[in-house]
Design a protein around this ligand. Structure first.
Ligand code: AMP
Length: 281
């Protein structure tokens, strides 16, 4: 595995690989790798000649009062895990390398961001779309891998790839969970012991909404009931608890076939997100 920090170096290397007909699987991350990231890397490994992993904590997607400084980082450990998982090229740029001193152009997302995380984190998805536009142009992948843990991000990236005509395939990968159901996240290390103990309630609650809706309970009723129950079980506070069509992220109607029920919870130093996507029969 090679670690590359310069944009021109990785571009030159990957242009050469593409000239030789090699397919490139790209997995963008912010590091502090866990089994969720590893499942993306493994899927990329199975379906591509070259696997490129990026580790970059993107300041553009953090709001002024968010956890950019507290975001966990451990590059030595990440390097070991990436190598073990079969990464060929690890792209690890600095903020200056990615953004330089001046900024002329940024990407603004027009749709799918007025709900869920986009609503409570203004500008977040513009930051995500801007860095991904850069990373896709830098790595020129055949396929890019994203976790459905960040289902709204997958919906936004689908729009980005479609609207900007990136000739790449988007692969959405299922959520990896701990044995008790908590979705794996780099941020879980910042939960207190008590918060970690109650956190599995998030996923249990989502599963109950899904079951109720599949059994014919009206959507608003199912969500309100489980939201109230969850509120009483948590020391954290619920940021949002919503049910929408997926991937459009609109209020569902009689034509909606695929739905997402998603929530975010604020704890002292962490905000957790989780979701379930399911099809109506
Ligand atoms: P992050 O480093 O948190 O930006 O995540 C990098 C990629 O890994 C994103 O596409 C995430 O959706 C994905 N990811 C993070 N956690 C999980 C998980 N528990 N299961 C599957 N994918 C995940």
């Amino acid at each position: 595995m090679r670690v590359v920090t310069k944009i021109t170096d990785i571009q030159a290397e990957l242009i050469e690989e593409k000239k030789n007909g090699k397919s490139i699987g790209f997995v963008p991350t912010m590091g502090f790798l866990h089994e969720g990231h590893i499942s993306l890397i493994k899927q990329a490994r199975n379906n591509n000649d070259i696997v490129v992993l990026s580790i970059f904590v993107n300041p553009l997607q953090f709001g002024p009062n968010e956890d950019y400084d507290k975001y966990p980082r451990d590059f030595d450990r990440d390097q070991m895990l990436a190598k073990e998982a079969g990464v060929d090229v690890l792209f690890y740029p600095t903020v200056v390398e990615m953004y330089g001193a001046t900024k002329t152009v940024a990407v603004h997302v027009e749709d799918r961001t007025d709900v869920l995380c986009g609503k409570s984190r203004p500008g977040h998805f513009d930051g995500v779309a801007t860095v991904l536009t850069k990373l896709i142009n830098i790595t020129m992948p055949t396929r890019a891998y994203f976790g459905l843990k960040d289902a709204q991000q997958v919906a936004v990236v689908e729009g980005l790839i479609h609207d900007f005509h990136f000739p790449i395939e988007l692969v959405g990968v299922d959520i990896k969970r701990d044995e008790d159901g908590l979705a794996l996240s780099s941020r879980n290390v910042n939960l207190t012991k008590e918060e970690r103990q109650e956190a599995p309630h998030l996923h249990r609650s989502l599963l109950k909404v899904k079951k109720a809706i599949c059994e014919g309970v009206p959507i608003a009723e199912a969500v309100e009931m489980e939201k109230a129950k969850l509120e009483s079980q948590l020391s954290g506070s619920i940021d949002y608890y919503e049910l929408l069509s997926y991937p459009e992220l609109k209020q569902p109607d009689s034509t909606s076939k695929r739905l997402i029920v998603a929530l975010a919870v604020f704890y002292k130093s962490v905000r957790l997100i989780d979701n379930e996507i399911f099809d109506l029969q």
